[in-house]
Design a protein around this ligand. Structure first.
Ligand code: HEM
Length: 206
């Protein structure tokens, strides 16, 4: 059995990934499954399905985002601002020989994208969906509000690809360079673009 810090670190890391999967899994469900599905439903079917489906899915989505964000911040402090046996303060994972480490640059890249995504969930997507679901949006503004929620959700879906490179690279890659960052952006964006592109026809594929 390792020391308390190592055990706590593993539990926080585990919680972070578990919550992250829950959040991003629901984001992908909304973008790759639900958007094409809604286009195939008539008004009567939407009235039967959506009041049951949306509040449940949005609950896991937004609380998944909240737990991911706070467990991520806790881990940031544990790795970059705490040294077991010494205490709080910048660690050698943050600065080495007076300069920011490549590991820290990667996680700051991932965390910046993750923070934008968390902000979009809690400040734009959820408030808009809540007003739509509770019928608080005047009829002439419904289409505009739906579009706003969809566009923000799309932005988050695109950010998720590069963001995940930023999460994995600190401890599994290490070296930060313009080329590596370009690859993270390119592969991340292409993967999401492709998934959005094929999603309407996925139901017809075997
Ligand atoms: C919302 C803002 C987020 C913050 C502040 C954050 C923060 C962090 C931090 C500090 C680390 C540790 C980096 C290191 O060891 O050097 C990490 C790792 C990780 N994060 Fe996040 N994160 C966020 C979002 C996400 C999301 C949405 C996911 C989606 C699944 C995710 C998945 C991961 C994974 C898989 C790891 C690596 C675990 C490992 O290799 O052991 N994170 N994150």
């Amino acid at each position: 059995m390792l020391d308390l810090y190592s055990n706590l670190h593993l539990v926080v890391r585990w919680l972070h990934v578990l919550a992250g999967i829950t959040w991003i899994g629901h984001l992908y469900f909304f973008n790759f499954v639900n958007v094409p599905l809604q286009g195939a439903l008539d008004d009567a079917a939407k009235k039967a399905v959506n009041p049951q489906l949306m509040p449940r899915a949005l609950w896991w989505f937004r609380w998944g985002a909240m737990i991911t964000f706070f467990s991520g911040l806790a881990m940031f402090v544990m790795v970059y601002f705490y040294t077991p046996g010494i205490g709080f303060g910048p660690t050698s994972y943050l600065f080495d020989i007076g300069k920011m480490t490549d590991r820290a640059m990667w996680i700051l890249f991932g965390m910046t994208l993750g923070f934008i995504m968390w902000f979009n969930v809690w400040m734009i997507i959820w408030p808009t969906q809540k007003r739509l679901l509770t019928g608080k949006v005047p009829a002439d503004q419904v289409a505009g509000q739906r579009k706003k929620a969809l566009l923000t959700s799309r932005v988050n879906t695109f950010l998720s690809g590069p963001m995940l490179f930023g999460m994995l690279a600190p401890s599994h890659y290490g070296t930060m360079s313009i080329q590596a960052l370009g690859m993270a952006l390119l592969l991340g964006l292409i993967a999401v673009w492709w998934a959005i592109k094929i999603s309407p026809s996925v139901g017809k594929l075997s």
